[in-house]
Design a protein around this ligand. Structure first.
Ligand SMILES: Cc1cc2nc3c(=O)[nH]c(=O)nc-3n(C[C@H](O)[C@H](O)[C@H](O)COP(=O)(O)OP(=O)(O)OC[C@H]3O[C@@H](n4cnc5c(N)ncnc54)[C@H](O)[C@@H]3O)c2cc1C
Length: 499
């Protein structure tokens, strides 16, 4: 059996980060990826046959990838900062949050009857900036204890973000249901929960959405998410890592043996980029409660952006940031209650992003010269347990969007090579089948606060498993969710510091 220092199971972006660090440190590294290409959920693909558009098919925006990883691995990954953070239609008007114009934002608050929340919103932004400043630098260090993290964050913000349900904090701080909802969505991306859930899983989700880069900004990767992965794969390969695609790992032994259908290696350490539930399966162990995703993803290519009911903003402004649909706090809670009762929420809460307003390089020359735009919808509060089929899911997302814009979105879809409309929908079941995300959970497992557990050991990186040779190196590690590289970075540090 071939010996290697490190075998990595999964060539998602995190597996590639780990491979690059470890190969650069002189270790022999083999990455096994079951698909024919690397990247996992961080890829760009020609989604519509015969159409020259490479969409970020799954993940889309970058916030959590630290400069440290970009510098260490010499990654050239340009990002575009977006001026408008969000737009929320409200009747025939709407709330446009413009990061470059406080006065315009205040006027927009007034238009939706939320003038009284302007001050509270500024305080919220200052507070989230303080949380980011406290938490962000710790993410590339060994895990702090809970007490040490609380000391850094301070009692007041700890209470509001880490210690009580975020729904309670938002209701106390804001009067507007719209604004509460706009802020609450950060707590529900890929996370099925009530905003009042006592487990605080929604608070952990919010935290990772507000700390990225120390600012909480979500940037558009130029050339799409695949460019991030390609740069990481190149960093790993050029450092000497061997990347084997089309290599489904079928079993892992705690002694370090990793088997595919046609080969086996014996590794000093096995780093698992696959989800923790997948690791349990490969070890032949039971995984306990199955994780669950709760979103529908719809990718579209449009002739042009849709017209809005609100004449105070242009579609280019409204779709430049996050476009919220039926995401007031009350609507998010009603949607959760419906889903808990076994029903598909109606209306389903949806948010949309338009990549091509920030970066047209993902379109071929002809499309780029036209008014064409990509549009990506991400629906919340649709848990895997509902078993919603693709057609029903797509119809629900489009109906929700149509209810707030001035013309049906389907009429704007460009045709593909055989005349079929350029739209694709991915349910949690699709993500499980295509990417092996258990229950379609985009973060592999429920998110956790970035500190040690009560039984955690000082100096650990949040990647250990019950087996000494086996570490997690993906989104399922303590700080791994999102396109951050943090899972791979942490696992590499754990290997290098314990040599
Ligand atoms: C629809 C969607 C939208 C998202 N949007 C964003 C976003 O905008 N921004 C953001 O930061 N995050 C987003 N995320 C989350 C983010 O994409 C993931 O958290 C991130 O990709 C996790 O990276 P990873 O490398 O840990 O795992 P993955 O990307 O899941 O990669 C794991 C890899 O392991 C492989 N694998 C699994 N089992 C085996 C096996 N037995 N043998 C060999 N290979 C195996 C898989 O094929 C896969 O390539 C989104 C996710 C989804 C699905």
């Amino acid at each position: 059996m071939e010996p290697v220092d490190v075998a990595i199971v999964g060539g998602g972006h995190n597996g590639l980060v780990a491979a690059a660090y470890l190969a650069r440190a002189g270790l022999s590294v083999t990455v096994f990826e079951r698909l024919e290409h690397t990247g996992g959920a961080a890829v760009s693909e020609r989604v519509f046959a015969g159409v020259d558009a490479r969409l970020s098919r799954y993940s889309y925006l970058v916030s959590l990838l630290p400069d440290r990883i970009r510098h260490d691995l010499d990654l050239a990954v340009p990002l575009v900062r977006r001026r408008y953070s969000s737009y929320t239609p409200v009747g025939s008007t709407g709330l446009l949050i413009d990061t470059a114009d406080e006065e315009a934002t205040a006027a927009s608050f007034a238009r939706i009857g939320a003038a009284g929340d302007v001050r509270a919103f500024r305080h919220w932004q200052e507070d989230m900036a303080a949380v980011a400043a406290a938490v962000w630098p710790t993410l590339t260090e060994p895990l702090l204890s809970q007490d040490a993290l609380r000391d850094r964050v301070g009692e007041r913000l700890w209470h509001d973000v880490f210690a009580r349900p975020i729904g309670e904090t938002l209701r106390e701080r804001f009067d507007s249901d719209v604004l509460r909802g706009v802020l609450a969505t950060d707590a529900l991306i890929g996370t099925f929960a009530s905003l009042d859930d006592p487990t605080l899983v929604q608070n952990a989700c919010l935290l990772y959405h507000v700390v990225g880069g120390g600012t909480g900004d979500w940037d558009v990767p130029v050339h799409g998410m695949g460019a991030v992965t390609d740069a990481l794969a190149e960093a790993a390969r050029s450092a000497g890592a061997r990347i084997v695609t089309g290599a489904d790992v079928l079993a892992i032994d705690p002694d370090g043996t990793v088997e595919t259908a046609d080969r086996a290696v014996r590794a000093g350490r096995v780093l698992v980029n696959a989800a923790p539930a997948e690791l349990s399966r490969l070890l032949g162990e039971s995984s306990g409660q199955a994780p669950e995703g709760a979103q529908i993803k719809v990718n579209m290519l449009l002739r042009r952006l849709p017209r809005l009911r609100d004449r105070t903003v242009t579609p280019e402004e409204a779709f430049a940031g996050t476009f919220h649909v039926h995401e007031t706090l009350s609507e998010l809670e009603s949607a959760h209650a419906a889903a808990v009762a076994g029903r598909l929420p109606d209306p389903v809460p949806v948010e949309l992003y338009c990549h091509t307003l920030s970066d047209r390089s993902i379109l071929g020359p002809e499309l780029a010269a036209s008014d064409a735009q990509t549009l990506t919808a991400f629906a919340l509060q649709v848990p895997h347990r509902l078993g919603v089929d693709r057609a029903t899911a797509q119809a629900a997302v489009l109906a929700s969007l149509d209810s707030v814009i001035a013309e049906p979105i389907e009429a704007l879809l460009l045709p593909g090579e055989h005349g079929e409309p350029c739209i694709e929908t991915r349910t949690t079941a699709d993500l499980e089948a295509e990417l092996r995300l258990p229950g379609g959970n985009i973060f592999h497992a429920p998110l956790a606060f970035p500190h040690r557990s009560a039984s955690g050991a000082e100096g650990e990186w949040g990647v250990r498993t019950a087996h000494e040779r086996i570490l997690l190196c993906g989104a399922g590690s303590t700080r791994g969710g999102g396109v951050s590289g943090l899972g791979g970075f942490a696992a590499a540090q754990e290997v290098l510091t314990s040599r």
